[in-house]
Design a protein around this ligand. Structure first.
Ligand code: NAD
Length: 369
């Protein structure tokens, strides 16, 4: 098993959390006898400082030559006065577009040990385990024409999808549902929007190829309410770009902290893996960042680019165990008891690393019997 990974740590807490995620990946490679090759490249503010551009050509070339890209986060207050196309965030948008991933996967999982961290009642979120599949390259964010005509005092955007764009992302969602609880909820606004009518008709057509998956359709407004009332009733949720942006952020309340959320963008030339959070300049360099979102992102990398399901699941189990043992980073510590168990970024990474090694050792010992 060979895997070429480009690590683009970026800014703020990006380097801190990707260091822990990389450590986990190296350990999986060593214990599993896999050949992972890691390279590092600059992006965002770090690249602006070193090379005057948020996405140097060498980074883009390195990304396109890799099997997977692991990104930390970009952005920093010192760059806020730059024009939008020169800012660190421009580098992120450019790399996402160049890699061509159209399906953004965002799991929202209720960790039992963190039930008290969610504003929702524990009995509501208990057992919630949702995978959002958000279309990432179409819809309102990219549709033309778009304009703000200041003189006329009018502005417009265009929500547009082609049938093929819907088919390709729907197939990703159905295939993922087949590997999970075989339930897919497609979200649209077909009672009002023609684009949604195309979306619904196309998803219904694609569903015929996946008879083992139960499909239902929900309007986005109703869905935003059901998601908070009955999060447990969802398995895979398929949505277009704008609805997915909003609903997947809403679902973050199930998990309880931004620092816990992983993501993967797949379907393009090279898959891109990044925790959902930003560069968190307020806590950067202090060892306060929660590395678990980045570590769970590493698990997604193994699952979707390495086809290493067992190792991905082992990382997720290690994270769960460490949380069950009571270990917390500062963002997760709510109670007095939690506050006594607060670890730094590195210490949390080490804790997961040690637990993971035990899990893999035990698995290998069982295989050897
Ligand atoms: P943010 O996600 O960086 O931080 C929001 C809040 O959550 C902060 O209080 C931060 O301390 C906390 N937080 C975030 N990640 C955490 C972690 N792993 N552990 C503990 N606490 C964590 O969002 P923001 O403050 O709106 O943006 C800061 C910068 O990041 C901006 O420049 C923004 O443009 C950029 N940004 C980048 C990305 C990305 O690279 N994908 C995403 C969002 C924001």
């Amino acid at each position: 098993m060979k895997l070429k990974v480009l690590v683009v740590a970026g800014d703020g807490i990006g380097p801190e959390v990707t260091a822990e995620a990389s450590r986990i990946l190296r350990s999986v490679a060593e214990l599993g006898g896999y050949e992972f090759e890691f390279r590092e490249a600059l992006i965002g503010g770090a690249a602006i400082k070193a090379q005057g551009t948020p996405l140097p050509q060498a980074t883009l070339d390195g990304a396109l030559e890799s099997d997977a890209v692991l990104l930390g986060a970009v952005g920093g207050n010192e760059f806020n006065s730059l024009p939008p196309d020169k800012r660190p965030e421009a580098g992120l948008l450019q790399i996402r577009q160049a890699l061509g991933g159209f399906a953004n996967l965002r799991p929202a999982f209720a960790h039992p040990a963190l039930a008290a961290n969610s504003p929702l009642k524990p009995e509501v979120i208990d057992g919630a385990d949702i995978l959002f599949v958000r279309e990432l390259l179409g819809g309102l964010y990219f549709g033309e024409p778009r304009q703000w005509d200041r003189e006329a005092g009018s502005a417009w955007n265009t929500m547009r999808y082609t049938r093929d764009e819907v088919i390709r992302v729907a197939r990703v969602a159905f295939e993922l549902a087949q590997k999970r609880r075989k339930k897919l909820t497609s979200v649209d606004k077909a009672n009002v929007l023609e684009v949604s009518q195309l979306w619904r008709a196309t998803v219904t057509e694609v569903a015929k190829d996946y008879p083992d998956v139960t499909l239902d359709h929900q309007y986005v407004d109703a869905m935003s309410m059901h998601l908070m009332n009955t999060p447990r009733s969802y398995d895979v949720v398929l949505t277009e770009n704008l609805f997915g942006d909003i609903l997947s952020d809403e679902s973050a309340v199930i998990t309880g902290s931004l620092g816990m959320l992983p993501s993967a963008t797949i379907g393009g030339q090279v898959n891109l893996y990044e925790p959902v959070h930003g560069s968190a300049p307020d806590i950067a360099g202090k060892g306060l960042a929660n590395p678990l979102g980045a570590i769970l992102t590493a698990a997604m990398l193994l699952r979707h680019s390495g086809n290493l399901e067992q190792d991905a699941a082992a990382i997720e189990t290690a994270v769960r165990k460490v949380l069950e043992q009571g270990y917390r980073t500062a963002d997760l510590a709510r109670s007095e008891k939690d506050k006594k168990m607060v670890l730094s970024t590195q210490e949390m990474g080490k804790q997961v690393h040690e637990t993971l090694n035990e899990i893999i050792d035990r698995r290998q010992a069982m295989h050897a019997v």
